[in-house]
Design a binder for this molecule. Structure first.
Ligand code: 13P
Ligand code: SF4
Length: 330
């Protein structure tokens, strides 16, 4: 199978790679030759985070994507993130190592169903969490991330009804802290819904000196136990600036790499999931589809490429830019 056929059939490129190759060094070499930039999310495996030009949360990655000056953006994250980078960079090539790197939240929100919901509620403004397809963003008025969701919702006049899609957990949390009554889409993150409250409380009992920090994609009962709730970047900032020495971390385990680098002297305990006693279930299988091998081949062949039809891109750009503009306000 040639490269194009592999991408069509499997969504990524695979070919034998000389095992003596230092893949990180090779990727860095290719990156320089091709004037590429690697943007990586905190949930990527440590080796990928280490070779990235920028590692961040969804907001940081969108802001960085709006700033980059390069020919190629290699996105080490999931599909909706690479699409957001493409929406902001129509003239740059955006490549994603594995097109199967989706997201349960993005999948839960079908554009036709959102269109129908909008038709039923024509007076509602649509705020969409960035974890959604370009087509869904194109149907939305404003995009938000977990970093800026409160600020975005607060920017909408109080008497203006809102549809919030697709994360019901984030939506419920924002309703609670803003006093709004947004109409919530019924989507959820499979990784954050896997945390076990019983096991979490047991770990908290065993470590009474630990603070619980949680991502707002987690379920309400988990959020109720949390001393701090915030985006991945917010959680890292919290452990850096807070005086405690121990934290139970309720989000995808990839964050522990950057977090531990920032606070090498502090103890970080991954929140337990339903399945077993390891932290394996708090790993996002989509995020972990990216490997150094796939990154290397992706940069070598400059494929798979992520594209967005121009009519959809222009509409989605409006809602993404609206978010970036509100987010930048003091
Ligand atoms: P943030 O990095 O914006 O906190 O989002 C977490 C997430 O689940 C991304 O898919
Ligand atoms: Fe989607 Fe959850 Fe994975 Fe983030 S962690 S990409 S929200 S499935």
């Amino acid at each position: 199978m040639n490269v194009a056929e592999q991408i069509q059939k499997k969504g990524y490129i695979s070919e034998p790679i000389d095992s003596s190759l230092d893949l990180s060094a090779e990727i860095l070499k290719l990156k320089k030759e091709k004037n590429a930039v690697i943007l990586a999310h905190y949930y990527q495996e440590p080796a990928i985070q280490e070779i990235a030009d920028y590692v961040g949360d969804s907001l940081g990655l969108s802001q960085e994507a709006a700033r980059v000056d390069c020919d190629i953006i290699l996105f080490a994250g999931v599909h909706f993130m690479a699409e957001t980078a493409k929406i902001l960079n129509p003239h740059r090539k955006v490549i994603l190592p594995d097109l199967n790197a989706g997201c349960s939240l993005a999948e839960s929100c079908n554009p036709d169903d959102l269109r129908k919901l909008k038709e039923k509620h024509p007076d509602h403004v649509v705020i969409t969490y960035v974890n959604a397809s370009a087509e869904v963003k194109a149907l939305s008025d404003i995009v938000c991330t977990s970093s800026n969701a409160k600020k975005i919702v607060d920017s909408v006049p109080e008497n203006q009804p809102i549809i919030f899609a697709p994360d019901k957990n984030l939506g419920r949390y924002i309703n609670k802290i803003t006093g709004r009554n947004m109409l919530l889409w019924d989507g959820a993150c499979i990784v954050h819904e896997a945390f076990s409250i019983e096991k979490l409380l047991k770990v908290a009992q065993e470590h009474p000196d630990a603070k619980i920090i949680a991502h707002p994609e987690s379920e309400e009962h988990i959020l109720k136990t949390a001393d701090y709730i915030g985006s991945t970047a917010g959680m890292i900032h919290f452990v850096e600036t807070d005086e405690s020495q121990k934290y139970i971390v309720a989000t995808e385990a990839g964050i522990l790499h950057e977090m531990q680098k920032k606070v090498p002297h502090k103890v970080l305990i991954p929140a337990p999931s339903h399945e077993d006693n390891t932290c394996a279930c708090s790993e996002c299988a989509f995020m972990k589809m990216n490997t150094l091998q796939k990154l290397y081949l992706c940069l070598k062949y400059e494929q798979p490429e992520v594209t967005v039809p121009e009519d959809i891109r222009l509409k989605a750009l409006k809602s993404v830019n609206r978010m970036l503009e509100i987010s930048a306000r003091k």
